[in-house]
Design a protein around this ligand. Structure first.
Ligand code: PMP
Ligand code: GLN
Length: 398
């Protein structure tokens, strides 16, 4: 069952903040990036790359600005992007969506997630999700007045108990909120796991909301399987993604939702009062990105996998227990071999001790004991940056 998270993790609590947002003061990403800037540390905390994505996207955004595409675009998104999203879903995943009624452009996946939760949850409805969870899920559920019920992913492979999943269903369960590839663990859910989730959704008539922002960051010959491709799931899944990770432009905040028309209409109703529309030039750029040839996407994943290997090797040499990462920007470790038990305290001390910033994954758990000794490192940086981090981390043991 949901727990109220303590404020010290997230900073100062404002007396003006509504009760349902208590505990969400400052995100761990903002805290850790500020710490990195203040201490001049290598920032392997917040998940953003340190080199730009494809020049073709930069040119597309600039061309759109120069062409005068600077006024409000349509609320559902410009047609070229909705068409590019639909083409992309069919090209990579064999899913067909009507770009006019089944695709909605949003201000990043973050808005898509919030708008979906606000659109679909009545107060006290329950959402089943997996912990550690991406922080905006907890906040989005709280904003909507819903409750989260977490199924715990456990290292080394971050698998979960199917019995625990079934036990999480109650008469108030409305949604299952899934993130695969998964932040912060780097887990890519297997077909068997997805089938268990799909079976549950069909049996209990639940809607699935899937966050697939790392859909193209999957390594070692594994495949990303969108939940919507499983039997019975196409019309009960809201599939969410964005351009940030696929094109290494996390600041552009261009996202989208794909679902059947009735679900898209519900999300659109809320979305129009959150941001109304999303920046026109970035939509042109994202459309260009989604149409890049296959070798772009393959090259991105190969490059990222090599970076993962570099950092994971360095973390193992530094003495951590390193858990396998099959996707995303992230690799997680257990800090106990270094004689540490408290990931939050460890991450707060790490800049002073060796000039590296990481993220304690305990802040993404309701079961804080499960997450206490786990820490996330981000490997989507330039090689020389990762090499420097590895050298610094080795100094920890001495
Ligand atoms: N979901 C997950 C799992 C993420 O890691 C992130 C962070 N980028 C987001 C959603 C947010 O995506 P966007 O920047 O497109 O809003
Ligand atoms: N998704 C990024 C991460 O997990 C952070 C985005 C943010 O700062 N909200 O690190």
């Amino acid at each position: 069952m949901s727990s109220t998270r303590s404020d010290p993790v997230h900073g100062v609590r404002s007396p003006y903040l509504v009760e349902r947002m208590a505990g969400f003061g400052t995100t761990i990403f903002a805290e850790m990036s500020a710490l990195a800037a203040a201490t001049g540390s290598v920032n392997l905390g917040q998940g953003f790359p340190d080199s730009d994505g494809p020049p073709a996207l930069v040119e597309a955004a600039i061309a759109a600005i120069r062409a005068g595409d600077n006024q409000y675009p349509p609320g559902i998104g410009i047609a070229p992007l909705r068409e590019a999203v639909a083409e992309h879903q069919e090209r990579f995943w064999g899913l067909r969506f009507d770009p006019d009624t089944e695709v909605l452009v949003t201000a990043g996946a973050t808005e898509a997630i919030a708008a979906t939760l606000l659109a679909l949850l009545e107060v006290d409805d329950e959402v089943i999700t997996f912990e550690p969870y991406y922080d905006s899920y907890a906040a989005g559920i709280a904003l909507a007045g819903g409750q989260r019920r977490c199924v715990t992913l456990r290292p080394p492979d971050y698998s979960f108990s199917f019995d625990a999943l079934r036990a999480a269903v109650t008469p108030r369960t409305k949604l299952v909120l899934l993130n695969s590839p998964h932040n912060p663990t780097g887990k890519v859910f297997t077909r068997e796991e997805l089938e268990a989730i799909a079976t549950l959704c069909v049996e209990h008539d639940l809607i699935a909301v899937t966050d697939e922002v790392y859909e193209h960051l999957v390594y070692d010959g594994r495949v990303h399987i969108p939940l919507a491709t499983l039997p019975g799931m196409r019309d009960r899944t809201v599939t969410i993604s964005s351009a940030g990770k696929s094109f290494s432009m996390t600041g552009w905040k261009t996202g989208w939702v794909c679902a059947r028309p009735e679900l898209v209409a519900a999300v659109r109703t809320v979305k129009q009062f959150l941001t109304y529309v999303h920046g026109a030039p970035f939509q042109h750029a994202a459309a260009a990105g989604l149409r890049l040839p296959d070798d772009y996407f393959e090259g991105l994943a190969l490059d990222m996998a090599a970076k993962r290997d570099l950092l994971a090797g360095g973390l193992a040499d530094a003495g951590f227990t390193v858990f396998p990462s099959a996707g995303t920007y992230f690799v997680t470790v257990d800090i106990r071999p270094l004689g540490e038990t408290d990931g939050l305290a460890f991450c707060r001390s790490l800049p002073a001790r060796c000039g590296v910033v990481a993220v304690p994954t305990v802040v993404f758990y309701d079961d804080v004991d499960a997450g206490a000794p786990l820490v996330r490192f981000m490997f989507g940086k330039r090689r020389e940056v990762l090499e420097e981090a590895v050298v610094r981390l080795k100094g920890l043991a001495s």
